[in-house]
Write a protein that binds this ligand. Structure first.
Ligand code: FAD
Length: 467
C-alpha cells in the first residue's frame, strides 16, 4: 500500500469527523483527517457549542452578581464587567479543548493534513482527494464531514461589524447598546441572552408564532416569559423587511401583521439557520450534487450515491447538533467495520442553554397527534421542588408523555434549571424503552431537581405525591 493510501480519509475535523476518525482507528483502520482551519474541533469547539457555553456561564455569573446575590444575603457592590478577561477565558477553554483533540489524533495514529479537501474522480476503484493543490491522497473510503455555516440573508449581508453572525457575536469587544437578533431559534436566544445579561438592549424578531420552533409550545411560552422578565424583547410573527445602515446606527424596518415599524439598533445578529458546507468539495468530480436542502443524501450506511464516499453530521439531514454528528461518526465507522450499529434518531436530545434551559427527547404532543399515537401527559413544576426553591430557580416544569396502557415513555420536555443535565436520564429511559413505572420504582435522591422528573412521570397516572 502506498504511504498516502488509507482505509479511510475523513474530510472535516468537527465533532462528526474527528470522533469518526478516532472510532475508525480504534477498529483497526488506517485513517487520515483533512481539516482546513488551523485547529481541530470544527464549528462546535472553535465557534459554536463551546465558546457560546463559556460566555453563557460567564454572563450568568455577572447577571447573578448584579441581580440575585442580594436575596441570598450577599451584598456585592460595584460589580463591573471585564469583557476582555471574559473573552480570554473563553479562548483558553477553546485552546485547551482543540489542543486535546490534536493529542487524541496522535494517540490514535491518525495522520492530520491541514488544507482544503477537494474530491477527485475515482481511479482504479480508489477514492482520491486533493489537499489545497499540494498533495493527493487515496483511500478505499472517504467520509465527508464538512459541517455547516450561517445562512446569509440577501438583504442582510454579513460585514462582521454591524451585520454579524454567531461567530462574530462570540467575539465582540464591546457590549452593543442595542442588539437586534433575527431568528428566535437556539443560537439567536443563546447569543441574545449573553449580550442582554452583559447590558445590551436585545430585541429578537421571529417570523413564526413561537420561539424555538419544533419545541413543545408550552415549553416555548414558559421560556419566552422568563426571557421577557430578564429584559429581552421578543417579537413573534415579525419579519425584518429592510435595513438602512447609517454611520452610527442601523434603522431596521420590521413587519408584523402587515404593519411596518422602525427599530433603531447598533448591531444586527442574523441567526436565521445554517446551511451545509459543500462548496469546496468538488462534488461533481465524483458525480454527486447536494439535494434541494443543500445537503447530501445518504443510505443507512451513510454512503452517498457514489460507492466509497460517505457523509455525516451537519452535511446530511437531521438536527444540526454536535452529538448527532459524533453519534453518526461512531456508527458509520462501526458499520464500515461490519458491525450492526444503529442510531435511534428520536432518542437524540436537544438542548437550548438559555435561562431557564430547555431540553427534550423523543416526540412532542404535536408529533404524537399527527401520527395518531395515543398518549397521556404528566407535568410537574419546579416551583414545587425543595431543591429548586433553595437554588432560587423555580421557573419551569417537566412534561412526560407516555403510552396510556403500558406507560412506555414517548417523550420528555423540560424547561427549567439544569435541563441540559436532567435530559440525560430521560434520554436513557427513553432509549431503553423505559416506562413511567420504571421511574416510579427508581429511588431519586432528595432534595434534587431529578425528583421533578419522577413526579412528572407519576403525574401521568395522577399519582404525583406533591401535586
Ligand atoms: P463542523 O463542526 O461544522 O465541522 C466541519 C469542519 O470541516 C470545519 O472545521 C471546517 O473547517 C471543515 N471543512 C469544511 N470544508 C472543508 C474542506 N473542503 N476541507 C477541509 N476541511 C473542511 N450543537 C450542539 O450539539 N450543542 C450546542 O450547544 C451547540 N451550540 C452551537 C452554538 C453555535 C453558535 C453554533 C454556530 C452551533 C452550535 N451547535 C451546537 C451546532 C454544532 O456546532 C454543529 O452541529 C456541529 O459542529 C456539526 O459538526 P460537524 O462535524 O458536522 O461539522
Amino acid at each position: 500500500m502506498a504511504e498516502t493510501n488509507y482505509d479511510l480519509i475523513v474530510v472535516g475535523g468537527g465533532p462528526g469527523g474527528y470522533v469518526s476518525a478516532i472510532r475508525a482507528a480504534q477498529l483497526g483502520f488506517t485513517v487520515a483527517l483533512v481539516e482546513k482551519r488551523n485547529t481541530l474541533g470544527g464549528v462546535c469547539l472553535n465557534e459554536g457549542c463551546i465558546p457560546s457555553k463559556a460566555l453563557l456561564e460567564s454572563s450568568e455569573h455577572f447577571a447573578r452578581a448584579r441581580h440575585e446575590l442580594k436575596e441570598h444575603g450577599i451584598d456585592v457592590t460595584d460589580v463591573k464587567l471585564n469583557l476582555k478577561q471574559m473573552m480570554v477565558r473563553k479562548e483558553e477553554i477553546i485552546n485547551k479543548l482543540t489542543g486535546g483533540i490534536a493529542g487524541l489524533m496522535k494517540k490514535n495514529k491518525i495522520k492530520v493534513f491541514k488544507g482544503i479537501g477537494e474530491l477527485l474522480p475515482k481511479k482504479d476503484d480508489l477514492c482520491r482527494l486533493n489537499i489545497s493543490d499540494q498533495q493527493e491522497l487515496t483511500a478505499n473510503n472517504i467520509l465527508l464531514a464538512t459541517g455547516s455555516e450561517a445562512i446569509e440573508l440577501k438583504h442582510l449581508p454579513f460585514d462582521g461589524e454591524k451585520i454579524i453572525n454567531a461567530r462574530d457575536a462570540l467575539s465582540l469587544t464591546e457590549v452593543p447598546q442595542r442588539l437586534l437578533v433575527v431568528g428566535g431559534g437556539v443560537i439567536g436566544l443563546e447569543m441574545g441572552s449573553v449580550w442582554s445579561r452583559l447590558g445590551a438592549e436585545v430585541t429578537v424578531v421571529e417570523m413564526l408564532e413561537q420561539i424555538l420552533p419544533q419545541t413543545d409550545p408550552q415549553v416555548a411560552q414558559t421560556l419566552q416569559r422568563s426571557l421577557k422578565k430578564q429584559g429581552l424583547e421578543i417579537r413573534l410573527k415579525t419579519r425584518l423587511e429592510k435595513i438602512d445602515v447609517g454611520d452610527k446606527e442601523i434603522t431596521a424596518t420590521l413587519n408584523s401583521k402587515d404593519k411596518e415599524e422602525e427599530l433603531v439598533c447598533d448591531k444586527i445578529l442574523v441567526a436565521a439557520g445554517r446551511r451545509a458546507r459543500t462548496d469546496e468539495l468538488n462534488l461533481e468530480a465524483v458525480g454527486l450534487q447536494p439535494n434541494k436542502a443543500g445537503q447530501l443524501d445518504i443510505d443507512d450506511n451513510f454512503q452517498t450515491a457514489t460507492p466509497g464516499i460517505y457523509a455525516i453530521g451537519d452535511l446530511v439531514a437531521g438536527p444540526m447538533l454536535a452529538h448527532k454528528a459524533s453519534d453518526e461518526g461512531v456508527v458509520f465507522a462501526e458499520r464500515l467495520a461490519g458491525q450492526a450499529a444503529t442510531i435511534n434518531y428520536p432518542g437524540i436530545p436537544a438542548v437550548t442553554y438559555t435561562w431557564p434551559e430547555v431540553a427534550s427527547v423523543g416526540h412532542t404532543e404535536e408529533q404524537l397527534k399527527e401520527n395518531d399515537v395515543s398518549y397521556k401527559a404528566g407535568k410537574f413544576f419546579f416551583s414545587a421542588s425543595g431543591r429548586a426553591l433553595c437554588n432560587g430557580t423555580t421557573d419551569g416544569f417537566i412534561k412526560v408523555l407516555a403510552d396510556p396502557d403500558s406507560g412506555r415513555i414517548h417523550g420528555v420536555h423540560i424547561v427549567g434549571p439544569h435541563a441540559s443535565e436532567l435530559i440525560a436520564t430521560a434520554a436513557t429511559v427513553y432509549s431503553f424503552a423505559g416506562s413511567v413505572h420504571d421511574l416510579a420504582v427508581t429511588s431519586h435522591a432528595h432534595p434534587t431537581l431529578s425528583e421533578v422528573f419522577k413526579e412528572a412521570a407519576l403525574a401521568v397516572n395522577k399519582e404525583a405525591i406533591h401535586a
